[in-house]
Design a protein around this ligand. Structure first.
Ligand code: HEM
Ligand code: HEM
Length: 177
């Protein structure tokens, strides 16, 4: 059984906290134009900043390993679920940036002004902004399901899945990337 590296574990839990903060600080309706949340923008961009190195590391070979060749379908399900989560972690900040541009709201990250991705409009910011709102809630449901599945692995299948993401787990697990 392999565990993730400490850096991957740190990125995972930090991302989870940032996504939850992004959800709680999200503003919609007329307030999204007149009283936007810069905390929402900042944590959203931080998610993007963290997911890029993680994905590059995965592509460079630091992916999770198949632990049990007898349960290949479970492995395929896990990989697909993680792929959707990664897709949302990239798409949400980008579509949010686009939505803010359409609303005419200036966007910055830690004091650095970022360019607009689209011309601003007077009315509704459009379908991509709608997708951002739906996706922003979808990721929370998916993450909740993902957490329940991890707990099921740990306590019903007893395959120590949760320990793979626990920075304080006993070190008898070999380290993965
Ligand atoms: C917004 C919240 C969350 C997001 C976006 C998220 C995302 C992810 C992603 C993308 C992976 C795949 C990592 C990789 O292989 O590169 C992963 C793995 C994992 N996550 Fe989460 N996660 C979240 C919350 C949670 C929570 C609350 C738990 C536990 C209760 C959890 C437990 C795990 C475990 C145990 C793994 C390793 C699974 C394995 O090796 O098969 N995650 N998570
Ligand atoms: C993981 C990252 C993010 C998540 C989970 C997320 C989530 C959400 C959610 C759930 C809403 C809808 C709020 C509601 O209906 O009450 C929303 C709205 C919005 N978000 Fe995000 N967001 C993220 C990143 C960003 C980023 C990086 C930006 C901008 C740079 C942004 C800009 C916006 C804007 C402008 C709206 C209002 C859209 C509208 O009124 O049509 N978001 N976000």
């Amino acid at each position: 059984m392999h565990r993730y590296s400490q850096i991957t574990i740190a990125i995972h839990w930090l991302t989870a906290v940032l996504v939850i903060v992004a959800w709680f600080t999200a503003v919609s309706g007329p307030d999204a134009r007149t009283d936007p949340s810069y905390v929402h923008f900042t944590v959203g961009f931080a998610v993007l900043l963290l997911v890029v190195p993680r994905l590059l590391a995965r592509w460079a070979g630091a992916a999770r390993r198949v632990e049990d060749p007898q349960r290949r379908w479970l492995d395929l399900a896990a990989r697909s679920g993680h792929a959707v989560l990664y897709l949302l972690l990239v798409a949400l900040p980008l579509t949010g940036w686009y939505a803010a541009s359409r609303l005419g709201v200036p966007v910055s990250f830690l004091g650095i002004s970022l360019p607009s991705l689209a011309a601003s409009v007077q009315g509704a910011p459009g379908e991509i902004a709608d997708l951002h709102e739906t996706g922003g809630t979808l990721i929370l449901w998916l993450a909740g399901l993902h957490a329940l599945i991890a707990i099921w692995h740990q306590f019903a299948l007893k395959d120590r899945t949760l320990e793979r993401m626990n920075p304080l787990a006993p070190s008898d697990l070999t380290q993965d990337a």
